[in-house]
Design a protein around this ligand. Structure first.
Ligand SMILES: Nc1ncnc2c1ncn2[C@@H]1O[C@H](COP(=O)(O)OP(=O)(O)OP(=O)(O)O)[C@@H](O)[C@H]1O
Ligand SMILES: [Mg+2]
Length: 346
């Protein structure tokens, strides 16, 4: 799977790409090239976009409807209406870059308390055409909005399927992290898998990807419902979300790896092994880890700059960037890879 295309297919992202990659996808007879174009066409584009729509621009560049077949880049805020995050794989030859910062926060029209049976999230905001968002504020931990934003952005950048998210301008006048409401969560997906109504094999690659990310960010709270599973017209898909108990919520710089059997992450891993066997896709895990090491400090800085300044102190910002610049990321990834190789993390 091409990591660059993996990035394109994430939903609701600021995407910069070279139409040459799309053109090549089509001429290489990858049928899904057109479906990517169609996805963009169903989205809304605003902000820094060319005078013509991305759809027209792409088609013209690809020589599909007038114009010359030439490469040009475009940048657009793409929010596909029916965001498809599964199944579109191995496409682009040229890198496509998700460009942070986010153009505009979404503005809430109304916010209210909701019983989400959760520890850290109990509010939902309705944001008009942008839909609903589950809000994470800084009342539980000062850096919670940053943690959610950073880990969600990292997930999206490295190819972990991720629920869409945004900065939300709350009716309280503050900017908070919002997880874009997704309907149809299958809250007993593991029961369905155990009784054969759901093919666990369709989820295990993505579970492996999420687990690789969790190991890196020290997420010890991946309980079963922190894998967000939806039934998408008969096909089950899995997304990552909820990083409340990871990253800066843990001692930073990150130390050690999650092996404590009392943690949700390890308990769930063991539960899944007992019920579904050795489910890990080591290649998929390695892919994610390699993608993490490829994340440049500049990208980390961009991700941080894309959220409100007051979500981090200057000291925290400096600590993150120093750590990412120090080579510690590679050391940590190599520790995780060693644990995968010797089986201690599986
Ligand atoms: N984007 C979303 N779309 C639909 N439902 C959501 C979304 N985000 C959160 N939820 C629901 O709200 C619940 C709580 O959200 P979340 O897991 O982020 O909060 P939390 O307090 O960290 O939870 P916990 O610590 O209990 O895992 C989720 O288990 C899920 O059922
Ligand atoms: Mg949760």
């Amino acid at each position: 799977m091409s990591p660059s295309w993996e990035r394109i297919r994430r939903c609701g992202a600021m995407v910069k790409c070279n139409t040459a990659s799309v053109l090549r996808s089509e001429t290489d007879n990858h049928a899904l090239g057109l479906s990517f174009i169609a996805d963009i066409a169903t989205g809304t584009a605003s902000g820094n976009v060319p005078s013509e729509s991305p759809m027209v621009s792409l088609r013209r560049s690809a020589g599909l409807k007038g114009g010359n077949a030439r490469a040009e880049s475009f940048i657009a805020w793409v929010r596909p209406k029916n965001c498809e995050t599964g199944g579109v794989h191995s496409m682009a030859k040229n890198p496509a870059v998700i460009v942070y910062p986010q153009a505009v926060p979404v503005k809430a029209m109304a916010c209210g308390i909701a019983d989400l049976k959760s520890q850290d999230a109990n509010e939902i905001c309705f944001c008009g055409d942008d839909g609903g968002f589950v809000i994470k504020k800084n009342d539980k931990y000062p850096s919670l909005p940053h943690i959610e934003w950073f880990c969600s952005s990292l997930a999206r950048s490295v190819g972990v399927p991720q629920l869409d998210f945004s900065v939300v301008e709350h009716t309280d006048g503050n900017f908070w992290f919002g997880s874009s409401w997704k309907t149809g969560q299958v809250k007993d997906w593991w029961t369905l898998a155990a009784n054969g109504s759901l093919d666990f094999g369709h989820l295990s690659d993505d579970i492996s990807r999420v687990y690789a990310l969790d190991l890196f960010i020290n997420n010890d709270d991946r309980h079963l419902n922190n894998y967000f599973v939806v039934n998408d017209a008969g096909r089950f898909r899995l997304y990552s979300f909820d990083y409340s108990r990871s990253w800066l919520n843990k001692p930073f710089p990150l130390v050690g790896l999650i092996t404590d059997p009392a943690t949700n992450t390890v308990r769930v891993k063991e539960y899944l092994k007992v019920n579904f066997g050795n489910y890990f896709n080591v290649a998929a895990m390695t892919d994610i880890l390699d993608n993490i090491t490829a994340v440049q400090p500049q990208r980390v800085s961009d991700i941080i700059s894309a959220h409100p300044n007051n979500w981090l102190t200057q000291a925290e910002r400096d600590a993150i960037l120093n750590w990412w610049n120090s080579g510690a990321v590679l050391t940590r990834v190599n520790e995780i890879k060693a644990g995968i190789q010797n089986g201690s993390l599986l």
